[in-house]
Design a protein around this ligand. Sequence first.
Ligand code: F6R
Length: 615
Amino acid sequence: MCGIVGYVGPRQAVDVVVSGLKRLEYRGYDSAGVAIVTADGLDTRKKAGKLANLQTIIAGDPMSLSSTGIGHTRWATHGGPTDANAHPHVSDDGTVAVIHNGIIENFAELREELTNLGIQLNSETDTEVVAHLLQIVLPSVDGDLSEAMRRVCRRLSGAFTLVAVVAEHPDVVVAARRNSPLVVGRGEGENFLASDVSAFIEYTRNAIELGQDQVVCITPSDITITDFDGNPAATVEFEVTWDAAAAERGGYELFMLKEIAEQPKAVADTLLGRMKDNRLNLDELRISEQELRNIKKIVVIACGTAYHAGMIAKYAIEHWTRIPCEVELASEFRYRDPIVSSETLVIAISQSGETMDTIMALRHAKDQGAKVLAICNTRGATIPRDSDAVLYTNAGPEIAVASTKAFLTQVVAAYLVGLYLAQVHGTKYADEISDVLAQLADMPRRIDLVLDTTEHVRKIAHELRDAKSVLFIGRHVGYPVALEGALKLKELAYMHAEGFAAGELKHGPIALLEEGMPVIVVVPPKTGRDVLHEKIVSNIQEVRARGARTIVIAEEGDESVVPYANDIIRIPESPTLLQPLLATIPLQILACAMATAKGYDVDMPRNLAKSVTVE
Ligand code: F6R
C-alpha cells in the first residue's frame, strides 16, 4: 500500500517521479504528492484524490528544473484522504521532505514529544513526525541525511519505507526500509528508488533488493546501503525480466481486461521448463527432496483471492499426496496457536509478496520450526525472501487491483508443488504425474476458448446490473471458485455477493432467495466425479424452484443442466481438479462488466489497494 518513488540524475526529476507514480497508482489512490530539491529549496505539491489531480496542479504551475525528487501515492491509514494528510510531509523549517509507506506504531508518543518541543504538526498522519525528527537530528550529524535517517529509524517501531530529501543536498535521496517494500534501480549516471520495479523499468532493469532494517543513499553515481547502525549491508542485485510494455495497458481499455486476456500466456509461462527427463523438476525450490520427504502436514496461508487459490490447491494436494493439508487465512493463523512443527510445510501464497498478514503468518510458522515455501509473483519481495523456498508464478506484472491472472497461476504453481510432493513421496506414479502435467499444458488453449464467451457474459452482466444481491454456489473445487466469483463482484461492482458450498444452502442461506435473485452455479464436469455433478443439478433445481434466476457455468455438451438454467455459460471439458482454471474466467469477466455497467473504476476500486502492506 502506498507507492513510493525517488530519483537522482540528469532528467527532470518531477517528470520521472510522476511517471513512476502513474505505474504505482494501483498501490493506493487516496492522494498523490511530489517534492523536488531546487536551488531555492524544496518545492512540494500534493493533492487529495487520484494522481490526475496532482498532475493538473503541476500543469497549471510547472515545477522548476531539478535533478532530485521524491513522490508518493497514498492509501490512507492515519488520517483521512485530505490535502493536508497527503505526502510528502515537510519539517517545521521547510528543509526536509518525507514520504512513507507503512505504519509507525509509536507515532503518538513521538507526536507528543514534538508538541512539547513547540513543533506544530499540520496533519493527522504518523509520517509527519519523521520529517520533524530528521530536522532535529540533522545538525548533530553535520547534515548527513543517511546518519540522521538511521538515528530516527532506531526510534521507530512498526513497518515503514521512508524516503527523504533535504534542501541543502541537491543530489541525494535517502531511504529506509523495515517490513515495507523498497527496491533500488541502478541506472547509468542516475539512480532510482521505488516500491516496485515497474516505477523505473522504463529507465533501467538493474535492481537491488533492500533487506530488512537497511538505509540506502542514492546519488547520480553511487548507491550506499547500510544497516540501521551504519554497517555496510549485504544486498542482492537482480535483473528485471519483463519490460515497460508489460506494465502498460497495451491497447486495452482496462488493466483488468488486459490481465484477463493474458491468462493463457501466464499459465503457459508458469508451467514453462518444469519437466526435465520426464520428471517434474522445480529447481528453484531450495528445499531438498529429503526435507520434503519428512513433511507430514501442509498448511497453506494466504489472503483474499490467494486464499481461494489455496483452497482449490488443498483438494489436489491431498488427493495426490495423501498428506493432510489445511488452508487458513493468514490474518487468523498469525494470532492463533497453530499446530506446526519441523515436519510441517507451510505454503504462503501471495501475488505481491508484500501482504503484511501473510508475512507475519509465515514468520509465526517459521518461529515454530516449520519449513516455508512461497508461491509468489514478485521477484525479490519480502515473502519469497523470508521463506525457505520459492516457486515463482510467471504471470508478469498484475496492475489491476482485482487479481485475475495471478490467481490462475497460483493454482497452477500450487498444483506443481502438489505433484512434486507426490513424486518425492511416491504417492503417484511418474506416468500419472505426466498425465496431469499434459492436461495442465493444454489449459492455455482451453482458457483461450473460455475467453471467447466474453460477449455472452457481458450481456448477462448488463442484465444483472441492478440486482440487489448475487449468490454463487459450487461444490468441491467449484466451491472456492464460487467464493472467488463473489469476491470479485463485491470488490468491483460494490454489490452484495456471497459464495456458498452448494450443499450448505439448505442449512440456512437458501432463506435469502427471492424471486428473480441471480444464483450463479459452477457445475462440475459430468465425466469427473458423477456424484458431484448429480448433486449440483439437484441444487440448481432447488434454487430455481424458489424463484432464483439461474446462471449456470457448465461444460460443453452437458445437457442435463439445460432445463433448469436461465442462462448457460459454456466452458471446455476438463478434469475436475483443473476446472477452476476455466470456470473462474467468466466470473472475472462478469464482475468487470458489471462494474463497468455501473460506471465504476474497475482498475482502482474504492477503499482498496493492490498490495496490502498493513495489518
Ligand atoms: C482480490 C485481491 C486480494 C488479494 C489479497 C492478497 O482481487 O486481489 O484479495 O488476493 O489482498 O494479495 P497478495 O496475493 O498480493 O498477497
